[in-house]
Ligand binder design. Structure first.
Ligand code: SF4
Length: 177
């Protein structure tokens, strides 16, 4: 097990899988979905498009890594309207990925990895975008989708489910190293 996998295992993710980073494809179609702004974060955060960088830049950065570790928080819901579990598990995934990024930094490896999270950055109650610089440029994380990745495709490449079945909620992030 690599140091990165070992640090990830300590965060308690319910599911992890690996694939070659060389197989990752940043797609313009995913950016178009961001631009449709269903999540209402497009042009609202330094961690989201267009401020986070363009698709070609992400593809170029991804090509520099060998491995991709996909990390998932999987929660069981009481029923399909269990919004509390959906929200809580989403926050748990963000916290775990943020803690993992900090553990990687503490191990002196942050320059050798790219960490992609799920959803927009929520480190601040209100993002400063676009009126002032980001408060935590070294801490903010971009999501897999904002980087142009199709999450279901990457999960398949890593040999793990994108969806863990009825009445479950899954959030995915990944670490390239
Ligand atoms: S750290 Fe704060 S200012 Fe920076 S992207 Fe996240 S929410 Fe916005």
């Amino acid at each position: 097990m690599s140091v990165i996998e070992d640090l990830a295992a300590q965060q308690g993710f319910e599911c992890m899988g690996t694939c070659s980073a060389k197989d990752l494809v940043a797609r313009d179609e995913v950016r178009s979905m961001c631009a449709a702004n269903l999540c209402q974060m497009y042009e609202h955060s330094w961690s989201c498009p267009p401020a986070c960088g363009d698709i070609a830049e992400f593809q170029q950065q991804m090509n520099e890594y060998e491995h991709c570790l996909v990390v998932q928080t999987v929660a069981e819901m009481e029923d399909e309207f269990d919004f509390e579990t959906m929200a809580e598990s989403g926050e748990r995934q963000k916290d775990r990925v943020q803690d993992l990024a900090e553990a990687i930094d503490a191990a002196g490896l942050s320059a050798e990895v790219m960490v992609l999270s799920a959803g927009t950055c929520t480190l601040c109650k209100e993002c400063t975008y676009p009126d002032a610089p980001c408060r935590f440029p070294d801490k903010r994380l971009v999501s897999m989708e904002a980087a142009g990745l199709v999450v279901s495709e990457v999960c398949t490449q890593a040999g793990i489910p994108y969806n863990h079945g009825p009445l479950t909620m899954t959030y995915s992030g990944c670490i390239l190293y």
